[in-house]
Write a protein that binds this ligand. Structure first.
Ligand code: SAM
Ligand code: SF4
Length: 326
């Protein structure tokens, strides 16, 4: 269905936990995102009802996210249920990859189609400085496992952080020379407690692109990458994979935003960068919860704000990125 601004809302990002096994400095506040009591997390049953309702209002793409979704003990069950819902054309997941080596095959079997894997650098020390963990090797094994079982094309998310990994983008881009992977460079966004860190370490994607072009020559533009943002795919000359620049700060794509989010504790979040949320939990207790939830989705979508208030100096403060899911 369309929102007030005529945007077709077809894509739901569904967080299944706000917990994480990493501590990325721009995402997770010191001390974590706040543990949601187990009883406050949507159950697998409830997640299924939410997805069924979302399909009724026109959602056809579903992305599982976190925190770190692979920490959820019943993740395979959730994937199995969601993959059986008629109308969901794309079921994908965003993960830090740390637990993917073992999980890739069962996830694929359960019905997951693709993964975006978060990898900020190929330098283990830089990964440790950013995420607090020596996890590079495990993530790399996870990426290879995902590719091997057909969770592809592999997409890698690289958040570019001044003073940490801004020069590593050259090596990340180089990966696409040999491998058919999509490497996506993401600008830092200020959310929750880590907002100050994000503001202080922001790197505009124009700078990232220029750095890559200085090393590898002019990028070749490909077809438009998606309908939800003004972004094009590029290739290095002779490259097998592609590059994308996700620039929510320097080139906001709100006019083409096609998604909404549901947090792990059951709130519809209409804009990543605005704190307004609609609680869907009371609707889960209705006689026909799917009907009641679809009604709530439809009302909420009508109220989706046009975009962020960052230009007015208003930052989202209620949750860190780990509590929403990206
Ligand atoms: N744990 C998973 C992961 O890291 O991919 C899924 C959740 S994480 C919040 C989703 C994505 O958000 C990550 O790929 C990361 O690149 C991105 N992210 C986290 N904090 C961010 C920030 N402050 N600005 C921009 N992107 C951010
Ligand atoms: Fe965890 Fe992902 Fe946030 Fe890093 S970006 S702290 S891996 S939720």
């Amino acid at each position: 269905m369309q929102d007030y601004f005529g945007r077709s809302i077809t894509y739901l990002r569904l967080s299944v936990t706000n917990r994480c096994n990493l501590r990325c400095r721009y995402c997770m506040p010191d001390g974590g995102a706040g543990k949601l009591a187990h009883a406050r997390l949507l159950t697998a049953d409830e997640i299924e009802q939410v997805a069924l309702a979302a399909v009724r209002v026109g959602i056809c793409k579903l992305r599982l996210t976190g925190g770190e979704p692979t920490l959820r003990p019943d993740l395979l069950e959730i994937v199995r249920r969601l993959s059986n819902i008629p109308g969901i054309e794309e079921l994908v997941m965003t993960t830090n990859g740390v637990r993917l080596a073992k999980l890739a095959a069962p996830l694929r079997e359960a019905g997951l189609r693709r993964v975006n894997i978060h990898l900020d650098s190929l330098n283990g020390a830089h990964i440790k400085a950013l995420s607090g963990s020596d996890c590079l090797e495990r993530v790399w094994e996870g990426i290879l496992a995902a590719e091997q079982v057909g969770l592809s094309p592999i997409k890698l998310n690289v958040v570019v952080v001044h003073g940490y990994n801004e020069t590593d983008v050259v090596e990340m881009a180089q990966l696409t020379l040999q491998r058919p992977w999509h490497v996506r460079f993401i600008e830092l966004m200020p959310l929750g407690k880590p907002a100050q860190f994000a503001l202080e370490h922001y790197v505009a994607n124009q700078e990232t692109r220029a750095r890559i072009e200085r090393a590898w020559g002019p990028l070749v533009a490909e077809q438009e990458a998606g309908t939800d943002r003004d972004t094009y795919r590029y290739r290095l000359a002779g490259g097998k994979g592609s590059l994308e620049f996700i620039s929510p700060i320097s080139h906001a794509y709100c006019h083409r935003c096609n998604h909404i989010r549901v947090t792990a504790d059951g709130r519809i979040r209409l804009c990543l960068l605005q704190d307004e949320e609609w609680d869907l939990r009371p609707r889960l207790r209705a006689d026909d919860p799917v009907d009641a939830l679809a009604d709530l989705f439809s009302r909420a979508i009508q109220c989706k704000p046009y975009g962020s208030m960052l230009a007015q100096g208003i930052f989202p403060t209620s949750r860190p990125m780990a509590g929403i899911g990206g």
